[in-house]
Design a protein around this ligand. Structure first.
Ligand SMILES: Cc1ncc(COP(=O)(O)O)c(C=O)c1O
Length: 512
């Protein structure tokens, strides 16, 4: 074992609060000219004043810093170790991108400032849209969606709007989605009002082209696909698939979660896609453990531009502005400009990497995934479906099915045991078409030594499953929180998402 997480007995910050303790005194407002006597905040209109102060915890600055440092020591992040969470692209995020976002020029901007005062940020956003268009081949981008799933929903709305304008709105109500797709794809399509039609995966690990051909008809609105797919395999027959969908009058949506595999190598446009989203928080330098914040810009080909959400960042030759004058737009899907900090990190990342840098990142990401796949395949403890017939791109999905059948140790036990070796769990039980799936995405930012440690730990845990299955089933041992009850943790009645919910739950459990 090579890893031990800190274990603090750390109360909630509200529990540490003591009335009257002060951490920071904001400067008094400069009120001399106003000649206000009495309460210095009297000048605030009464309707805008709180009746009582907000219930904030009261602590000194030092106590606050220690509290959060301790919490950070009790969690696992991409800055503390390898994080091969497949499909999530948890790569190391260069700190220079954070530095830019933290600059006061950015931090102190307010989205309600007049456009004449926000020309700088609008210019950056405009250029970012163009860079994303270049990376994907799309014609125009909206930077608004806050995540991949949000972008998929936006894309599905665009597909719906397109068919409606073409007089086929009511008729084209089926969205084709492969069985290897991320769960957000069918969920987003269904939210936008489509029926989903599941397309099976064939023996090569790719979408079954014959099944696509039989599924398309006059009700087909489109197809949602990620390429490479969630098995890490490139859909070699994508041109045939796109031809089939287009000739049936449908549109192709590219789920860009796996873009880290193909930067500078190929583009969704060349594969025949009409709409694309990019998870900036995966490929383009935003840390996203814990669920956010993210950004999922959506790009489209020329003929779909008019349906993009409003506002678009535009330039009239002398000034940048937010363009709301788009009558066919699907409307507004998020407040203000989008998640600016994430967008800016992506801009800084793309500029600092350059074309060659982005291409090299993808090459290395693919090389690293194949290195891991090859070593695990040779060892034989895990089965890698479709490998080596189909080489992988940026990630490989291994099956712990054989281990489970022979020892009773499941994929999630292995995932949790890896934490004891200082490695974050791979994505587990996804894609669902693989038995006891562990999806490993090493990314380009792991060194050769780190990849070797990952493979070694996986093989060691497989050995432990045979020699001491209970040890693996009881893992993790070295983390601040031992194994959690996952079913309970995701049950709405037991989840305490806020201090208020926790207080109510505590009071209820104390009642006789
Ligand atoms: C293949 C794929 N599609 C879509 C998504 C959804 O993206 P987000 O988590 O940003 O909503 C993910 C997220 O992991 C994914 O892996």
């Amino acid at each position: 074992m090579s890893y031990r997480q800190a274990r603090w007995i750390e109360p909630l910050i509200f529990e540490k609060s003591r009335p009257g303790v002060i951490g920071y005194m904001p400067p008094s407002p400069d009120l001399k000219e106003r000649e206000i006597v009495g309460d210095p905040y009297d000048f605030l209109p009464s309707g805008m004043r709180r009746r009582r102060p907000p219930a904030l915890p009261e602590l000194s600055e030092g106590e606050v810093v220690r509290h959060y440092i301790r919490l950070s020591q009790q969690s696992f992040g991409v800055d503390s170790g390898a994080y091969p969470l497949g499909s999530c692209t948890m790569k190391y995020n260069p700190k220079v991108c954070d530095e830019i976002v933290c600059s006061p020029k950015i931090r102190d901007l307010h989205p309600l400032q007049d456009e004449s005062l926000t020309q700088g940020i609008l210019e950056v956003l405009y250029h970012l849209s163009n860079l994303l268009a270049e990376v994907t081949g799309m014609s125009r981008f909206s930077l608004q969606p806050a995540a991949g799933a949000h972008a998929e929903f936006t894309g599905a709305l665009i597909i719906r709007a397109y068919h409606k304008v073409n007089g086929e709105g009511g008729k084209r109500d089926e969205m084709l989605i492969p069985d290897s797709a991320h769960g957000t794809n069918p969920a987003s399509a269904a939210m936008a009002g489509f029926k989903t039609v599941t397309i099976p995966t064939e023996d090569s690990g790719c979408i079954d082209v014959d099944a696509v051909e039989s599924a398309v008809n006059e009700h087909t609105a489109g197809l949602m696909l990620t390429n490479p797919n969630t098995l890490g395999i490139f859909e070699r027959e994508i041109l045939e698939v796109s031809e089939t969908i287009h000739s049936a009058g449908g549109l192709l949506y590219y789920d860009g979660a796996n873009m880290n595999a193909i930067l500078g190598k190929t583009r969704p446009l060349e594969m025949g896609f009409d709409i694309v989203h990019l998870n900036l928080h995966k490929t383009f330098a935003t840390p996203h453990g814990g669920g956010g914040p993210g950004a999922g810009p959506v790009g489209v080909v020329k003929r779909l531009e008019e349906y993009l959400p409003v506002p678009l960042v535009a330039y009239d030759g002398s000034r940048y502005y937010l363009d709301y004058d788009r009558p066919l737009s699907v409307g507004k899907i998020r407040g203000f400009y989008g998640n600016i900090a994430v967008l800016l990190r992506a801009y800084a990342y793309i500029i600092s990497m350059g074309v060659e840098g982005l291409e090299a990142a993808s090459e290395l990401a693919v090389l690293n995934a194949n290195y891991v796949a090859r070593k695990l395949h040779r060892n034989g403890s895990y089965i890698i479906p479709f490998y080596p017939d189909s080489l992988v791109k940026h990630e490989c999905v291994v099956s712990a099915g054989k281990i489970y059948r022979e020892t009773g140790v499941r994929a999630w036990d292995i995932s949790k045991r890896l934490l004891d070796y200082g490695i974050h769990s791979p994505t587990t039980y996804f894609p669902q078409i693989v038995d006891e799936a562990l999806m490993i995405e090493p990314t380009e930012t792991e060194s050769l030594e780190s990849l070797d440690r990952l493979v070694e730990a996986m093989i060691k845990v497989a050995g432990e499953a045979y020699s001491n299955p209970d040890l693996v089933k009881g893992a993790p041992y070295s983390t601040s929180v031992r194994r959690v009850d996952e079913a309970k943790a995701s049950h709405p009645q037991t989840m305490c998402l806020s201090w208020r919910m926790k207080r109510t739950a505590d009071q209820t459990s104390r009642r006789p």
